[in-house]
Design a protein around this ligand. Structure first.
Ligand SMILES: Cc1ncc(C[n+]2csc(CCOP(=O)(O)OP(=O)(O)O)c2C)c(N)n1
Ligand SMILES: [Mg+2]
Length: 788
C-alpha cells in the first residue's frame, strides 16, 4: 500500500531518531567500559574488563528492538557481553542511574552481565553462561502458553514474544539444540532468536559455512529462518554495473578475510577487489566512485548495521511461528578494532578513545550527557523516547502474583515400611485427587523419569500438558496399564525427553512465571539424583535468577544398589549445601517428608524464600509411630532433632541423614548396652543446619551480641564437649563431618567416598562401610580413642 507523504515524513524522522540513538548506545557502551577500566580508580590491580566490540556489533539491533519493535509484554534475554548496551538503553529510558553506569562492574554498580536479581533496571532474564539465556526463552514461551491455556494469566496480559539476542558462538553450546528439539515436540510459539552473526567468538573467527548449518538446524525443527545479510548501501551497489560480481565476491569471501579487510579499511578493500574482480565490467567505475572511507562504509554495510533493513525484517513478522534471524554484523563495528580477531576482550586505549570521542562529537565533561553529540532536535527526540512503546509500562513490567494458600497438613498415613520416594508420590497423588488451589498451581515435570520417580499417580489424576488434546491410545485400545497418559491443554505435567539440562531450564522458566507473567506456578521437577550433575549449570542459573521450584533427586546414593556406580550419587548433598538459593533436605521418614514439602511450597512463595531440593530414596524403612507436634515439626524444618537425647555425661552420639536411619537406629540400640546415655541425632537438612550455624557465628563476629544460638548449637549443647560424634549418610561424609566442630566434639564421619557398583544394598553398605557394623566399629574406635 502506497504511503502518504506525511507517513513517509514520520517514518524518516523515526529513522533519524533511531540512528541517533544507535550512535548513542555505541558511545555509551564503549564509554561505560572505558570509564570502568581507565578512569575509575582501580583498587586491587585486577583487570576490570568489558566487551566494547561485542557491544558494537549489536547496537543497531538493540536500538531497533528496544526503541521500536518491542512491546512491554515481550521478554528478552540479552547476550551477556552486551550488558553495557542494555544498561545504556535503560539509562536513556530513565530507568538506570548515571552512578550505576559509572560503577559498572564494581560493587553496587551495573552488572557485567545482565542480572535479574542484582540489576535494578528491568532485566527480564539473566545471562552470563552462554547458551542458557537462549534456552530459557524457549521454555519461557512454553510456560507463557501453559498459563494462558490454564487460565492462570492475568486477564489484561496478552502473550508477548520471548526473545533471545544471542552471540553466534552461543550456538556451540549443546543445550541450545537440546532445547530446540524439545521446543519442536511442544510446538513452541512466539519465540525469536536473533543471532548476532559477527562470525567471531572469543578466540577466533568461525567457520564460513556455519550459517548454512544454522539454517538447516532451525528449519529442521519448523522454525522460520530470516537471513539479514546486506544493508541498503550494498543492495544499491549490487544494482549497478559490476554489482552482481561484487555481491558474488562478498558471498564467497571467507569470514577470516572479511574480518581482516574490515580491520584494515578502504584501501585494503580496494586493492583486494581490484585484484580479484577488477576486470569485471563496471567494477573500476564502481570502486572509483567510492573514496576509501566510502568503500569501507560500503563493504561493512551489512544488514545488521543497517537500521532500515533491520526494522523491515523485524516488523515484517506476522505469525507466531518461532523465528531465527541470522543477522550479519561486524564485531567492533564503528570502533578502531572492528573485525580484528583479537577484539573480543579488546579495549580502546586512551588515545583511541579520545579519537572516538572526537568523532562522536562529545565534548570533554559531557561523556554521560544523554543528548550530547547528537545532531538532532533534542525536544523531538525526548518526545520520541517518552513515546517508545516498550517503555510505556514502566515499573509495571515487574509483575507479581498472589500467594497460593496452603493446607494445614499433608496427611501421608504411613505405617509399616515405606520410602521417602513412595511418600512423595503419595503426597502428590493425594493433591492430584483433590481440588485445592495448591494443586491447581502445581506443575510437575521430569526428563523421562516420571514413572520411576513416582509421579505416575499425580499424572494419572492431572494429565499431561500439550497444546493440542490427544487421547491415550493404549487406554482407548484397552491395553491394561497403570499409567493414563492423556495429553491435553489442561494437563499439569510437562513431560520432557531425557535431557536433564532442559528440565532445569524449564524449572527456571516455570519458577519465574510470577515475575515474568504474573501467574504463580509451583513447579516440581524429578530427576535421578546422580543426573543432577548433567544439568548443574542450568540449575545454578535457575537459582541465580531466583526462580522458585522444588527439585526432587530420587533415587539417590548407593542405596540404588543394583543400578550400579554410574547411577549412584555421592556428592549431591554437597551440591545441595553449596548451591545458593536452594535448600537441601534429606528426610528419612514419610512424616518428615510431608512437613518439608508443605514448608517448601510456602518457602517457594516467600519474598525472601528460595527453592527446595529433596534428596530421596527408594529404600523402604520402618516408620516411627508418632504424632506430629509443633516442636517436632519445627525441628524437622530447622534441620535436626534428637531421636534420643544424650544423657548429660554421655561419651558418644550418632548422627544420621536420610535412608541410613535404619542402620543408625539399629547401631544405636546395640550401643545402648554399653553406653546407656548415648544420643541419636536425626538430621533432616544438613544445609539448613550449616547455614543457620554460619549465620549465627557471622552475626556474633560482626558484634551483634551473643544472639540466639543456632539450631545445631542448641542441640549439640546437650552432648558434653569432647564426646564422640559419629555421623553417617548415603553420600559424601563431608556433609556431616563439620558437626564435630560446632561444640567441640570428636567427629567420626562415615559416608561414601568412592564409586559404587552393582550389588545389593547389604553388600554395598558393607563395602563402603556405612552399615550397622561399620557404625559400631567406628563407635568402638571412638571409645578407644577416648581412653588412649
Ligand atoms: C558457558 C560459558 N563458557 C564460556 C564463557 C566465556 N565467554 C564469554 S563470551 C564468549 C564468546 C562469545 O562469542 P559470541 O557468542 O559469538 O559473542 P560475540 O562477543 O561475538 O557477540 C565466551 C567463550 C561464557 N560466558 N559462558
Ligand atoms: Mg560472535
Amino acid at each position: 500500500m502506497a504511503r502518504t507523504k506525511s507517513e513517509e515524513r514520520a517514518e524518516s524522522k523515526k529513522l533519524a531518531y533511531l540512528k541517533a540513538l544507535e550512535r548513542k548506545l555505541l558511545w555509551l557502551s564503549a564509554w561505560t567500559i572505558h570509564n570502568a577500566n581507565h578512569i575509575r580508580e582501580a583498587r586491587d590491580g585486577l583487570k576490570v574488563g568489558g566487551h566494547q566490540a561485542s557491544c558494537a556489533s549489536v547496537a543497531t539491533l538493540m536500538t531497533a528492538l528496544y526503541f521500536d519493535v518491542l512491546r512491554p509484554n515481550d521478554r528478552v534475554a540479552v547476550k551477556p557481553h552486551a550488558s553495557p548496551v542494555f544498561h545504556a538503553i535503560q539509562y536513556l529510558f530513565g530507568n538506570q542511574s548515571r552512578d550505576k553506569l559509572k560503577q559498572f562492574r564494581s560493587l553496587g554498580g551495573a552488572q557485567s552481565y545482565p542480572s535479574r536479581t542484582k540489576d535494578g533496571d528491568d532485566v527480564d532474564i539473566s545471562t552470563g553462561s552462554v547458551g542458557l539465556g537462549v534456552g530459557l526463552t524457549l521454555f519461557a514461551s512454553m510456560v507463557r502458553d501453559y498459563i494462558q491455556l490454564h487460565r492462570l494469566a492475568p486477564e489484561q496480559e496478552q502473550p508477548g514474544r520471548m526473545i533471545a539476542i544471542m552471540g553466534d558462538a552461543e550456538l556451540d553450546e549443546g543445550n541450545v539444540y537440546e532445547a530446540l528439539l524439545e521446543g519442536w515436540k511442544h510446538d513452541v510459539r512466539n519465540l525469536w532468536w536473533m543471532i548476532d552473526y559477527n562470525r567471531q567468538s572469543l578466540d577466533r573467527v568461525v567457520n564460513d559455512k556455519l550459517f548454512q548449518k544454522i539454517k538447516d538446524f532451525f528449519q529442521a525443527v519448523g522454525w522460520q529462518v530470516v537471513i539479514l545479510k546486506h544493508g541498503k548501501l550494498q543492495q544499491a551497489a549490487f544494482e549497478r554495473r559490476g554489482g552482481a560480481a561484487l555481491r558474488q565476491w562478498i558471498d564467497d569471501c571467507p569470514n577470516e578475510l572479511y574480518c581482516a579487510l574490515t580491520f584494515k579499511g578502504g584501501a585494503a578493500w580496494r586493492e583486494r577487489l581490484l585484484r580479484d574482480i577488477g576486470a569485471v565490467a563496471g567494477m573500476r567505475e564502481l570502486l572509483g566512485d567510492h573514496s576509501d572511507d566510502a568503500l569501507q562504509a560500503l563493504m561493512t554495510n551489512l544488514a545488521g548495521h543497517d537500521m532500515k533493513s533491520v526494522l523491515e525484517a523485524l516488523n515484517a513478522v506476522d505469525s507466531d511461528v518461532p523465528h531465527c534471524f541470522i543477522i550479519y554484523t561486524i564485531k567492533g563495528y564503528g570502533l578502531p578494532f572492528a573485525g580484528h580477531k583479537d577484539n573480543h576482550a579488546g579495549l580502546m586505549n586512551v588515545e583511541q578513545m579520545a579519537d572516538f570521542q572526537n568523532a562522536m562529537g562529545i565534548a570533554e565533561g559531557n561523556e554521560w550527557e544523554p543528548f550530547a553529540g547528537m545532531d538532532i532536535d533534542e525536544q523531538g527526540l525526548r518526545r520520541f523516547l517518552e513515546e517508545v512503546p516498550f517503555n510505556q509500562a514502566g515499573a509495571a513490567r515487574q509483575l507479581a502474583a498472589d500467594k497460593v494458600p496452603l493446607p494445614a497438613v499433608f496427611d501421608v498415613r504411613a505405617s509399616g515400611k515405606t520410602s521417602t520416594q513412595e511418600a512423595f508420590g503419595r503426597v502428590l497423588n493425594d493433591l492430584g485427587r483433590g481440588d485445592s488451589e495448591l494443586a491447581r498451581h502445581i506443575v510437575t515435570t521430569s526428563p523421562d523419569v516420571t514413572v520411576s520417580t513416582n509421579l505416575g499417580g499425580w499424572v494419572n489424576q492431572r494429565g499431561i500438558f500439550n497444546r493440542a488434546d490427544r487421547e491415550d491410545v493404549f487406554h482407548s485400545e484397552k491395553v491394561v496399564s497403570m499409567q493414563k497418559w492423556a495429553l491435553s491443554r489442561n494437563g499439569q505435567h510437562i513431560e520432557l525427553g531425557i535431557a536433564e539440562n532442559n528440565m532445569f531450564l524449564l524449572l527456571a522458566s516455570l519458577g519465574l512465571s510470577a515475575p515474568l507473567f504474573g501467574a504463580r506456578l509451583l513447579p516440581v521437577g524429578t530427576v535421578y539424583d546422580p543426573f543432577i550433575a548433567r544439568g548443574l549449570d542450568a540449575l545454578n542459573y535457575a537459582c541465580y535468577q531466583d526462580a522458585r521450584f522444588m527439585l526432587v533427586g530420587t533415587p539417590s546414593g548407593i542405596s540404588l544398589a543394583p543400578e550400579g556406580g554410574a547411577h549412584q550419587s555421592i556428592s549431591t548433598p554437597l551440591i545441595g549445601m553449596g548451591q545458593p538459593g536452594l535448600t537441601l533436605f534429606e528426610p528419612a521418614y514419610a512424616d518428615e517428608l510431608a512437613e518439608i514439602m508443605l514448608w517448601g511450597f510456602g518457602h517457594m512463595q516467600d519474598a525472601d524464600g528460595g527453592s527446595l531440593y529433596m534428596r530421596l530414596s527408594t529404600r523402604a524403612i520402618e516408620q516411627p509411630r508418632r504424632e506430629m507436634n509443633e516442636t517436632l515439626r519445627g525441628d524437622i524444618l530447622h534441620g535436626a532433632y534428637w531421636r534420643a537425647a544424650p544423657a548429660p555425661d554421655a561419651p558418644l552420639a550418632l548422627a544420621y541423614c536420610g535412608a541410613l536411619a535404619a542402620e543408625a537406629e539399629e547401631a544405636y540400640q546395640a550401643l545402648l548396652e554399653d553406653i546407656p546415655g548415648a544420643g541419636l541425632l536425626a538430621v533432616t537438612s544438613p544445609d539448613r543446619l550449616h547455614g543457620d550455624w554460619l549465620a549465627a557465628r557471622r552475626a556474633r563476629s560482626a558484634g551483634e551480641g551473643a544472639g540466639a544460638p543456632s539450631h545445631i548449637e542448641s542441640l549439640l549443647a546437650q552432648l558434653r564437649p569432647g564426646a564422640a560424634l559419629i555421623s553417617v549418610l548415603d553420600g559424601h561424609p563431608a556433609t556431616l563431618s563439620w558437626l564435630g566442630s560446632v561444640a567441640g566434639h570428636r567427629p567420626y564421619p562415615l559416608g561414601v567416598t568412592s564409586f559404587g557398583e552393582s550389588g545389593d544394598a547389604n553388600a554395598l553398605y558393607r563395602k563402603h562401610a556405612i552399615d550397622t557394623d561399620a557404625i559400631l566399629d567406628m563407635a568402638a574406635l571412638a571409645c578407644l580413642d577416648a581412653v588412649r
